[in-house]
Design a protein around this ligand. Structure first.
Ligand SMILES: NC(=O)c1ccc[n+]([C@@H]2O[C@H](COP(=O)([O-])OP(=O)(O)OC[C@H]3O[C@@H](n4cnc5c(N)ncnc54)[C@H](O)[C@@H]3O)[C@@H](O)[C@H]2O)c1
Length: 346
């Protein structure tokens, strides 16, 4: 479908990825649902990511890490790829560089030739919040009018987009961060973009207690969200790793994860810790695939507490990357590279 034996590789830097439509949250939400449907239908092979924490043996106390995230998308899509994802704690203190930096390679499954290399940083930011948007769409109580977002960094920025798109009935979004000025700046930036009122706050817990949905997207290394934040009926969505304590997760009426087979391999995730302790099993959780395929009946009432968490799926990066590659081709974007003029040995 994709290629001949042409060794050309289209390189798309971040600016090209933007022109190709990466910042379209509606597209990200739609593709996210499509990917989880295909995953649930067995059309995607997405093995757990391989996590390289640095320094060696630093475990969950890493200073930086690389994740190798391969996948193959079958069905009518038929594309392979890998995201080389990374985060560095130090980057939070260095102006001019994001905390997370990612690059993606797309390959033709037939000839196995790579045909596109693209910035994966923006795609990651957009699709991560799209996952929270999908969680919110399927789990938010029917009376949701107020949402609290904790974390006003890169994912906080895309989270505003995702929540406004996924829950258009929301009237108020509280936005908090340890660094209040970041929340204030982001709220001011979004003032004219969405009809929702975005209110920066230094008191995330007070805001959470007035909200029907709480989303956390922080770099916290210690859980800060305990039972005192939880009111009946709330949906809590944790996108970072160490945000809600284990009692909050286990005390929830419904525990939802993006993809069980992968999340239990990642030691900093609450679901993995609970699984390892023998307290949580696959039969007890709902996956996004169950939601989008209609296998989960949904929220039973507006008093259920629902906890959602995600680790992030390579298939999202590859599917969205492939969509952007196709858009870029139509628009004539990017720079052509070549793997070789003629392969030396064949
Ligand atoms: N699940 C996924 O698929 C996925 C994908 C990408 C990133 N993430 C995670 O999202 C999180 C945010 O990433 P980012 O790129 O936005 O980072 P970032 O550095 O741009 O922003 C993080 C923000 O969190 C704030 N923060 C840290 N601890 C806090 C606390 N206790 N309370 C309130 N605010 C706090 C920081 O001040 C900062 O503004 C990270 O944990 C990252 O690993 C998850």
């Amino acid at each position: 479908m994709i290629h001949s034996i042409d060794p050309g590789i289209l390189f798309l830097q971040e600016e090209d990825v933007i022109k190709a439509g990466a910042l379209d949250m509606k597209m990200n939400l739609a593709v996210t649902e499509q990917v989880y449907k295909m995953l649930g239908q067995g059309q995607i092979y997405n093995p757990p990511k391989v996590h390289l924490a640095m320094p060696i043996n630093s475990g969950i106390n890493w200073a930086s890490y690389f994740n190798s995230m391969p996948c193959y998308i079958g069905g009518s899509v038929n594309v392979g790829g890998i995201k080389w994802a990374a985060e560095s704690k130090k980057n939070s203190t260095i102006p001019g560089i994001p905390y997370g930096i990612d690059i993606t390679i797309l390959s033709d499954p037939e000839t196995v030739l790579p045909f596109c290399i693209l910035d994966g940083t923006l795609i990651t930011a957009m699709r991560t919040s799209a996952v929270a948007g999908v969680f919110a769409k399927y789990t938010a109580p029917s009376n949701t009018q107020t949402v609290t977002l904790v974390g006003a960094g890169v994912i906080g920025r895309t989270m505003v987009m995702a929540i406004c798109e996924a829950l258009p009935q929301v009237k108020t979004i509280y936005l908090s961060d340890l660094d209040l000025s970041k929340a204030e700046k982001l709220a001011a930036e979004y003032k004219e973009t969405y009809p929702q009122q975005i209110i920066p706050t230094a008191d995330a817990k007070a805001a959470a207690l007035q909200s029907q949905v709480i989303v956390t997207e922080t770099t916290a290394r210690q859980p800060f969200l305990d039972q005192s934040w939880i009111r009946p009926g709330v949906t809590v969505i944790n996108m970072g790793s160490n945000e809600a304590d284990l009692d909050v997760v286990m005390g929830s009426d419904v525990i939802a994860v993006d993809y069980w087979d992968q999340i239990i391999t990642y030691e900093s995730k609450a679901a993995a810790q609970l699984y390892k302790a023998g307290k949580l099993h696959k039969e007890q959780v709902v996956e996004i695939a169950d939601m989008v395929l209609g296998k989960w009946p949904g929220r039973q009432d507006d008093r259920q507490v629902i906890n959602c968490s995600s680790l992030g799926l390579a298939a999202l990066d590859i599917m969205i990357g492939y969509q952007l590659f196709q858009n870029a081709q139509k628009q004539g974007l990017g720079t052509m590279l070549k793997l070789w003029e003629k392969p030396l040995w064949e």
